[in-house]
Design a protein around this ligand. Structure first.
Ligand code: FPP
Length: 230
């Protein structure tokens, strides 16, 4: 694929794990296990394509409402993935985590910090995992940080908010992909995706393949981005 048509930052809402499992009369957690496999495959493909940054919506601030067993199973999948680490070193990936870490377990927090520290010097694809992330919470957190600095109100600008979001330093989202047939943003990167191109797809996340990513990028490449201009 030509570099010129590639989005710099792709956001992906990994949706449809539960329905994938239900269709097979399996427990919802089986869908998340397959979802984690699809995540690995998709990240690897982003690396192969030379994508600068990809953010995956792994757990929202609202997902705590799910049954405890399901929440625990998802946390276990994160933890296992973070233990692997290997991928990230071999693939030159820069690992970032966005979201409020406060309610996460100490062991998960320690693993996140370690990976961020250890992959900081890499210069390949940035993989951003959104865990306990909410777009409104992100903006609120940024505004509170700015307010606590006690400067003048006129010092608060779009740039100062952007640079205090969890995604600070990353480019805005160019392409936002939501599989599973749902057509909403669900509080994901609402500031950063203000000018993103949205691609909604019917495939359930565990079935999401390299071809699906290619076709979403092809749709993106065919769009006429105007950023409010003509
Ligand atoms: C949404 O599908 C999915 C989640 C809330 C969890 C996503 C988690 C994973 C894919 C595992 C991540 C693991 C790693 C290693 C990053 P849903 O359960 O809402 O699906 P449904 O709408 O069909 O019920």
């Amino acid at each position: 694929m030509e570099k010129a048509v590639l989005p710099r930052h792709i956001g992906i809402i990994m949706d449809g794990n539960g329905r994938w499992a239900k269709k097979r009369l399996l427990p919802r957690t089986a869908g998340h296990i397959e979802g984690a496999k699809a995540f690995r495959k998709c990240l690897r493909h982003c690396v192969d394509l030379g994508i600068e940054c990809v953010t995956f919506y792994a757990f929202s601030t609202e997902n705590w409402k799910r049954p405890k067993d399901e929440v625990n199973a998802i946390m276990k999948l994160f933890s296992e993935y973070l233990d692997e680490g290997l991928d990230m070193y071999e693939e030159n990936i820069v690992m970032r985590f966005i979201g409020d870490r406060t309610p996460l377990s100490d062991s998960l927090k320690a693993k996140m910090e370690k990976l961020e520290r250890e992959t900081d010097g890499n210069n390949g694809t940035t993989c951003c995992l959104a865990v306990n992330y909410g777009g409104r919470d992100d903006i609120l957190h940024a505004v509170k940080t700015l307010a606590a600095q006690g400067g003048d109100i006129s010092d608060i600008t779009e740039d100062s908010i952007s640079s205090n979001l969890y995604t600070s330093g990353l480019p805005d989202v160019d392409l936002l992909i939501r599989p599973s047939g749902e057509q909403r943003i669900s509080n994901f990167l609402i500031w950063q995706a203000a000018y993103a191109e949205y691609v909604f797809m019917d495939v359930l996340w565990p079935d999401f393949s390299e071809k699906d990513l290619d076709s979403a990028i092809a749709v993106f490449a065919g769009r006429n981005r105007r950023f409010g201009g003509l």
